[in-house]
Design a protein around this ligand. Structure first.
Ligand code: C5P
Length: 237
């Protein structure tokens, strides 16, 4: 896989136009976009259809946490839109993840990814909600549950990628947000790493949002991600 294929750019925008402008500006430099709840809510499913019609892969980050029947319906809706990835909260348990995976069977290109612990959370945040395990242990536990439930992969922070790759073996997808360019401010990511570190740790795909979409030159930003993944951090100096 070419390093650039591992890149998913998160279109976190509050309206359709700036999102499409970024896609236009990136052109062939990016073939995979993440659409989250904000953009989906303001722009609607047509935006996703438009991306798919342009030959782009879409990661529909729905972060589903509902009763199994509702989760199955949402996964079918994502599949019908042509999404390539959809997310479900692993904390919903086996029933929810099983429902998602079963619903996805009608859509051969759709991958169900289980969200473990969001990258902004710390051990203290977990303790606040009654989870006494560390973030690392909780990510490992939920990832194992996701695999037992038939999910195609997991979402985790890059800090856990190596551990998960060791636990899960070579096949499951490991998708990591919380990726920042070297020297960049981590913003709200508590458990962040560079593109190279994430991929070296075993990430199948890395998700970057603001580092690319808010860059003065998004194509140049993608180039920096690529050089970093290729292990040439000096290119970023
Ligand atoms: O920070 P960035 O703009 O690269 O965020 C890209 C994606 O990473 C977001 O769409 C969000 O889903 C995810 N993210 C996360 N934890 C954070 C910040 C962002 O999982 N603390």
């Amino acid at each position: 896989m070419e390093p650039t294929d591992r890149l998913v750019v998160a279109l976190d925008f509050d309206s359709r136009r700036p999102a499409e402008e970024v896609v236009d500006r990136l052109g062939d430099a990016c073939g995979f976009y993440k659409v989250g709840l904000e953009l989906l809510t303001v722009a609607g499913p047509d935006l996703v259809r438009g991306l798919v019609a342009r030959g782009k892969h879409v990661f529909l980050d729905l972060k589903l946490f509902e009763i199994p029947n509702s989760v199955a319906g949402a996964v079918r809706a994502a599949g019908a839109l042509g999404a390539s990835m959809v997310t479900v909260h692993s904390m919903g348990g086996r029933g929810v993840m099983n429902a998602a995976v079963t619903a996805a069977r009608d859509f051969p290109r759709l991958r169900v990814l289980a969200l473990t612990v969001v990258t902004s959370m710390t051990d203290t945040d977990l303790d606040d909600i009654g989870v006494t395990a560390s973030t690392t242990d909780q990510v490992g536990r939920l990832a194992r549950l996701a695999m037992e439930s038939g999910c195609h992969g997991v979402i985790a922070s890059p800090r856990e990628a190596a551990l998960l790759r060791g636990h899960l073996g070579p096949d499951p997808l490991i998708v990591t947000p919380g990726v920042v360019l070297p020297g960049e401010s981590p913003d709200d990511h508590a458990r962040h790493a560079t593109p190279w570190a994430a991929v070296a740790g075993g990430a199948s795909y890395i998700v970057l949002g603001r580092s690319v979409t808010r860059a003065a030159d998004p194509v140049a930003a993608v180039r920096l991600v690529r050089s970093d993944v290729a292990g040439r951090p000096e290119a970023i100096a």
